[in-house]
Design a protein around this ligand. Structure first.
Ligand SMILES: [Zn+2]
Ligand SMILES: [Zn+2]
Length: 375
């Protein structure tokens, strides 16, 4: 009896050991059949996932083209609505301000279109066949990678100084088109702000209308007011319906102009808010001499070195002025150079070829208490 009890007590451990052995045998069998020393992951997984990757890449490419059509279409529609509905209204209100807005808007539109086209046509730049000092070989396309080069899954290539893959451009933002991308965002931001500010009065007029005080929602939200009236009772609902008809709902004409002005304002103000964050984040990265990918890498590196009591410093951070000068490709930092190369459409010539980089030279000092210090 005592022996039986002892065996029962040991049973779960014996079962666990048996299951572990079976699992290890299967693991060994799977690796024996599928492991490929030349790759980092089992070949079977790569073979199974290959069609999924091919299909997703195909959709990414199609999605990229659709995004480009959306950007161009939206720019055309927004400008058309502005010229047809908003500009005549501004001209009737104040002729001088309408003329100023027209020229300012045209300048912003020219710069936005130019930088967008150039960012797409120029492309980010790819490593040449012969790289003098490669830092590694790409595991996906096997090309020699210079410093700051990363592989883009969507493009299927290694990209020089890759920042990110932009679906709106349908290509990566990298060494050769980084300034065009930044200026495209900058001038689009200017345009979005101009449209938002100058359309504000017209939007308020069209959105709120001559709303009766007893209804809580703006005139443009007629269905919500109707719902509110329904809860008030059938007489309130009937009264609201009597006050409105197909052409005049609480003082707002249900015309194309009314809807398009509201659409224009929502698009431009939404874009202005989104681009505020994007431009601030990009400007911060430029100021510190980092790309979006490098920011993530440097952050991880910083944490790792902090644990070893070593201070991290980005070797590509050459100081605020130099970082901006290099990013914008300015020959010299003067007002004339800024006017000529940034405010007027111009061709961007970055320093170097994107394979070698100017780096900061560091001096090290070992402090027994603070650890290794970078001076
Ligand atoms: Zn690659
Ligand atoms: Zn890409």
């Amino acid at each position: 009896m005592a022996l039986f009890k002892w065996k029962l007590y040991k049973f779960p451990w014996r079962l666990k050991r048996r299951l572990d052995n079976i699992f290890t045998s299967f693991q060994l069998l799977r690796l024996t059949l599928c492991y490929n020393h030349a790759t980092l992951s089992p070949t079977l997984i790569q073979i199974i996932t290959k069609p999924i990757i091919v299909v997703s890449d195909f959709f990414n490419q199609q999605f990229g083209r659709a995004c480009m059509v959306l950007v161009v279409g939206l720019m055309a529609v927004v400008n058309l609505i502005y010229v047809v509905y908003v500009l005549p209204h501004l001209y009737n209100t104040s002729k001088p301000s309408a003329v100023i807005i027209f020229f300012l808007g045209s300048w912003l539109l020219i710069n936005t279109s130019y930088n967008y086209i150039m960012a797409v046509v120029t492309g980010p730049g790819y490593p040449p066949q012969a790289v003098e000092n490669p830092v590694s070989v790409c595991r996906k396309c096997f090309s020699k990678k210079p410093a700051r080069t990363h592989h883009c899954k969507t493009c299927g290539k290694c990209v020089l100084k890759m920042d990110h893959h932009c679906p709106w451009l349908n290509t990566c933002v990298g060494f050769y088109n980084q300034r065009y991308f930044f200026l495209f965002c900058f001038f689009t931001y200017g345009g979005a702000l101009l449209v938002t500010v100058s359309t504000n009065d017209l939007f308020v007029e069209n959105f709120y209308g001559d709303t009766l005080k007893e209804y809580p929602f703006p005139g443009a939200m007629f269905p919500l007011n109707l719902l509110y009236a329904s809860f008030q009772g059938s007489s309130a609902k009937t009264r609201l319906l009597q006050q409105s008809n197909n052409y005049d709902r609480l003082g707002i004409s249900e015309t194309a102009e009314h809807k398009l002005v509201i659409f224009l304002y929502i698009i431009s103000s939404g874009l202005a808010i989104a681009l505020t964050f994007l431009l601030l984040a990009t400007a911060k990265l430029i100021s510190y001499g980092e790309t979006t990918i490098e920011y993530q890498i440097n952050l991880a590196q910083k944490k790792k070195l902090q644990e070893k009591n070593i201070q991290f410093k980005n070797p590509y951070h050459l100081g605020f002025n130099t970082n901006w000068k290099l990013y914008l490709g300015l020959q010299e930092v003067t007002l004339w150079s800024f006017l000529k190369e940034i405010l007027i459409p111009s061709v961007y010539r970055p320093e170097g070829d994107g394979t070698t980089w100017r780096t900061q030279k560091f001096k090290y000092h070992f402090d027994p208490e603070k650890g290794l210090q970078v001076l």
